[in-house]
Design a protein around this ligand. Structure first.
Ligand code: AP5
Ligand code: MG
Length: 209
């Protein structure tokens, strides 16, 4: 299955993706994680993306479309993939339609009030991309990634004013994708306000896994 996870910043796309990787046996591609890694390694892509990300804006379409094309051409995507954070604009969705058949766009629906709380407790691993929450999903050892042992950090775009800006960006540029996939008959929607396990259960039911 080629699956897209749609949802506002902080809705829980990355958290759900890490569960679905195991459940479905296919990789998840987070353009946000790829860009953060590029910034950490100070690559040309990272240098181009950093200013946009820190300001809560989208990175230009041509940059992310190219990186996504390269990534889904890799062998591990042959039997399916999960996209977390792509597409985020109509031109990105149209570019994706030219290179892959999308089976489903799953919207994780969470209102802003719930998201604000989640973001303040988020901790991430910049090495492997794992995401934690100090209360809802703490690591076994405080400040240390369960998966790769690297140090956990607060994302630089998780300050409240940038979170707000990311939300505005989402409303303006990404929300139209809900209608785009609905018109194609591919949209499914789940309530993402419940706990992590409940959300996983709703996704399994919605996807018929
Ligand atoms: P990206 O990394 O994709 O960020 P985002 O979409 O803003 O989403 P987040 O990663 O913030 O949230 P999430 O939905 O994954 O939630 P999470 O699982 O972490 O993008 C970052 C930036 O990169 C963008 O702003 C843009 O600049 C750029 N970019 C990336 N892709 C791009 C593209 N295609 N085009 C252009 N620019 C692009 O969960 C949040 C927190 O809540 C965690 O702490 C988690 O533990 C906790 N949590 C999750 N689920 C639950 C639950 N059910 N109950 C309680 N807590 C929960
Ligand atoms: Mg994420």
């Amino acid at each position: 299955m080629n699956l897209i996870l749609l949802g506002a910043p902080g809705a829980g796309k990355g958290t759900l993706a890490s569960y679905l990787i195991e459940k479905m046996g296919i990789p998840s591609i987070s353009t946000g994680n790829i860009l953060r890694e590029a910034i950490k390694n100070n690559t040309p892509l990272g240098q181009q993306a950093k200013g946009f990300m820190d300001a809560g804006q989208l990175v230009p379409d041509d940059l992310v479309i190219n990186l996504l094309k390269e990534r889904i051409a890799k062998r591990d995507c042959k039997s399916g993939f999960i996209l977390d954070g792509f597409p985020r604009t109509i031109p990105q969705a149209e570019a994706l339609d030219e290179i892959a058949n999308i089976d489903c766009a799953l919207l994780v629906d969470v209102p802003y009030e719930v998201i604000e709380k989640r973001m303040t407790g988020r901790r991430v691993c910049l090495r492997c991309g794992a995401t934690y929450h100090v209360e809802a999903n703490p690591p076994r050892i405080q400040g240390v990634c369960d998966i790769c042992g690297d140090k956990l950090v607060i994302r630089s775009d998780d300050q409240p004013e940038v979170v707000k800006r990311r939300h505005e960006t989402y409303h303006e540029q990404t929300e139209p994708l809900i209608g785009y996939y609905d018109a194609q008959g591919k949209l499914k929607r789940i309530d993402g306000t419940q706990g992590i396990r409940e959300t996983e259960k709703l996704a399994v039911e919605a996807l018929g896994l």
